[in-house]
Design a protein around this ligand. Structure first.
Ligand code: ADP
Ligand code: ZN
Length: 731
């Protein structure tokens, strides 16, 4: 039995708050007492802040000056396993506990009392007098069909003031109703029939079910080519988890993916799951957070931060597309959701399923070492087979200047069109052109605040910095030499490729899919669904389309620049290219029609390109693993990146040099420090960036050593230090 410690009124309790203080604060337990783990409101100076009762107070202050907890919030107390998860995640990522608590309470107004509230939904008829503001209100309500809003949410979303909404209520066009807060979620029924699984799929599902029945922690890598039915299989694990009365969490990398997934959940379990991502309204977040804590949300589908929800009895975490880089959070708390899913499950005895067609080398190595179980689905479901993959040797193609679709690729697209099938032209670059060059002086247009080139976005009619997001209008004259009319785009981005495709295939229906061309995730989702239904002959897409969407009529994938990812100095460049190319190629031939993938490359002999074409995955991974092992880098060694930044470049380097000189704690564990050196992006938003790299043996206690190393530092002025354990990108 969970039997939390109880504190009587007036007892000293230590409270962890969301404020960046880095220590617990003592308070007196309020009237009625409180449990350990209780969410409370406490006074801090003139303010009231939220916190969690962490344990008995330290009592090292003048007792008479200690203030009382103001109130205990009406939500389930934090469970012991959550407290230890936050503690261990904080130690692992070198993050202050206050920041971890903020991550775990990302639902404003958690403490608001349970009560009735007014909600607004679509009523009947049209307003007596139509205005722009009124129309916007109705548009929001229509777009969201069944959803209801609070007054503020509705007004905010429509961009109107509340009297506009109230006016519509008077006319009956909008209805105002009383509704209890936080309604429970509809029940998911695990005993509805599943699809008929193939023999392979059924075996895989059975292994996952057996794992769940053990009631113990374990991680399984579920590897299977795109379209092999991984989702069908892991939904059976979810079913078993629900049958046991436990909660399941499915992590997905992209919001754009969830629409299709939610429909599949509904088909399998008869209702939709709870959703958690940046597109969910504040009211919904609060509801979900509370329901999860009470055990009333059976299944949550979410982005990486849903790992920090207060599950009451978590039985299963699925990490779909586990290799996806978006699982690595790089702002604020730097953590990798895949690794944190494993940590959280190990603490609470849940199962983890890592699903991917192209697992990360980390997971591959863990399975290889026997730490994870591994299940492989080797064939695609039904008649579909992996596409035939070939290189187009660009050295042999006759290409007019400033074109990127080779004659061979063009012919292949024509062939598909003649058969009424879809083609995808893939380029992993947003915007029109990556470089804008002045033909008079040779200068490239750069960002004023960063060490990056500005990228022309013709669709938005602006230049944009992909580092800091700064935009400016496209100038007529060169900013350097002021000569007019000499600025020229160099190289292709998705918009320029789309322009070329329009000329090459004038009577084709061409759809361009790039995240910045859609005002919202919703609009993008809608577009993807349209395309999946066959509403386009040619799809031009960035990375966005590589992520698990089903396009049944798509049979040709043309990769415009297969060499693009191989150019960086990134440790994972080969791995990323391999994964991305295979994922993209996997878009072709998902239904009954065989697919083909054509990779335009100037280096068809490159080992990575050859591995992609031959489909020799184990060969690729073994070679990649051997190389990393020899170099002692992850996953066979440990690394941490330290980025120092500040407006004054000399001060940043002084700090970096001082750190490199005083590396005693690191030397004690046999770790090496490299740098300081300018970070690959040496300036972002006017801040100079310098980095140090720490490298250690696999078993070395790197966090603890880094903690002792940076503890004595006093960051003066505007200097900042950010630690990234297991860095993914080396920017
Ligand atoms: P993956 O997750 O491995 O990419 P999916 O689970 O999405 O594969 O399956 C690919 C497609 O095949 C989906 O449309 C899915 O509904 C279908 N499919 C897979 N297995 C079955 C099955 N046993 N019965 C019917 N359809 C299936
Ligand atoms: Zn910039």
């Amino acid at each position: 039995m969970h039997d939390p410690e109880f504190f009587d009124q007036g007892d000293l309790v230590a409270v962890l708050t969301t404020q960046p203080l880095d220590r617990l604060l003592d308070y007196k337990a309020p009237e009625g007492g409180c449990f350990r783990g209780a969410f409370v409101e406490v006074p801090l100076g003139p303010r009231k802040v939220m916190g969690v009762v962490w344990g008995p107070g330290q009592g090292d202050f003048d007792r008479s000056k200690i203030r009382s907890v103001i109130r205990v919030l009406d939500v389930a107390p934090m469970r012991d396993e959550m407290r230890s998860f936050l503690g261990r995640a904080a130690d692992y990522t070198l993050t202050p506990m206050s920041a971890m608590l903020r991550l775990a309470t990302r639902a404003p107004g958690l403490g608001d009392p349970q009560s009735m509230r007014k909600i607004f939904r679509l009523g009947e008829g049209e307003p007596e007098r139509q205005t722009d503001a009124r129309r916007r209100v109705l548009e929001v309500l229509r777009e969201y069909g069944g959803l209801s809003f609070t007054l503020k949410e509705l007004a905010d979303m429509a961009g109107v003031t509340s009297p506009v909404v109230k006016g519509l209520v008077k006319q009956g066009v909008v209805r105002e109703e009383d509704s209890p807060r936080d309604l429970p979620y509809p029940h998911l029924n695990p005993d509805l029939p599943s699809k008929d699984l193939s023999a392979d799929q059924a075996d895989a599902a059975e292994i996952l079910r057996t794992g769940l029945q053990s009631g113990k922690y374990g991680t399984t890598l579920l590897k299977g080519v795109t379209g092999s039915g991984k989702t069908e299989v892991y939904l059976e694990a979810v079913a078993e988890c629900l049958r046991q009365g436990k909660q399941a969490l499915v992590l997905l990398p992209e919001i754009a993916l969830t629409a299709e997934f939610l429909t599949r959940v509904e088909a399998r379990f008869g209702a939709r799951p709870a959703e958690w991502h940046s597109g969910v309204t504040i009211t919904e977040r609060r509801r979900l957070w509370r329901m999860v804590g009470q055990g009333d949300a059976q299944l949550v589908v979410g982005a990486r931060s849903s790992l920090f929800l207060p599950f009451r009895h978590l039985g299963l975490i699925i990490v779909d597309e586990e290799h996806d880089t978006s699982y690595k959070q790089e702002d604020g708390v730097t953590y990798n959701a895949r690794d944190m899913a494993v940590l959280r499950s190990a603490i609470c005895g849940a199962r983890v399923v890592l699903a991917s067609a192209t697992p990360s080398l980390e997971s591959w190595a863990n399975a290889d070492a026997g730490k994870y179980d591994k299940i492989e689905l080797t064939s695609r479901f039904g008649a579909s087979v992996m596409p035939d993959m070939r290189a187009i040797d660009m050295r042999a193609e006759k290409m007019p200047a400033s074109t990127w679709i080779s004659p061979t690729l063009r012919q292949a697209v024509e062939d598909r069109r003649a058969k009424g099938e879809q083609s995808l032209l893939f380029i992993n670059r947003r915007g029109y052109a990556p470089v804008t060059l002045c033909r008079a002086c040779g200068q490239q247009i750069g960002c004023d605040h960063c060490d990056a080139r500005m990228v022309e976005h013709r669709f938005l009619k602006r230049l944009m910095c992909h580092q800091c997001g700064e935009t400016k209008p496209m100038p007529d004259a060169c900013p350097s030499c002021e000569v007019e009319g000499k600025l020229a785009p160099v190289g292709p981005g998705i918009e320029r490729l789309a322009e070329e495709a329009l000329e090459a295939f004038p009577d084709a229906n061409i759809a361009t899919l790039s995240s910045d061309m859609f005002g919202s995730a919703r609009a993008l989702k809608a577009k993807i669904e349209e395309i999946a239904e066959g509403d386009a002959d040619i799809i031009i897409g960035t990375q966005l389309v590589a992520k698990g969407h089903n396009f049944p009529n798509l049979t040709l994938v043309g990769v415009i620049d297969a060499d693009l990812g191989l150019q960086g100095s990134d440790l994972r460049a080969a791995e990323r290219t391999f994964q991305l190319m295979r994922q993209v190629a996997g878009r072709a031939g998902r239904a009954e029609k065989p697919g083909q993938a054509l990779l335009q490359t100037f280096q068809p002999e490159h080992p990575v390109i050859r591995a992609i074409l031959s489909g020799d995955e184990n060969g690729f991974w073994s070679a990649e693993a051997a190389e990393r092992q020899a170099a002692g880098v992850p996953p066979y060694g440990r690394m941490a990146g330290i980025v120092l930044s500040g407006p004054d470049v000399a001060a940043v380097f002084d700090l970096g040099n001082a750190m490199a000189r005083n590396d005693g704690p690191l030397r004690q564990i046999g770790a090496q420090v490299y740098g300081p050196a300018p970070a690959p992006i040496a300036r972002i938003r006017g801040r100079h960036r310098v980095r140090l790299l720490v490298k250690a043996d696999k078993g070395a206690p790197i966090q603890e050593a880094i903690a002792r190393w940076i503890a004595p530092l006093r960051l003066t002025g505007d200097l900042r230090l950010n630690v990234d354990i297991d860095p993914q990108s080396f920017l």
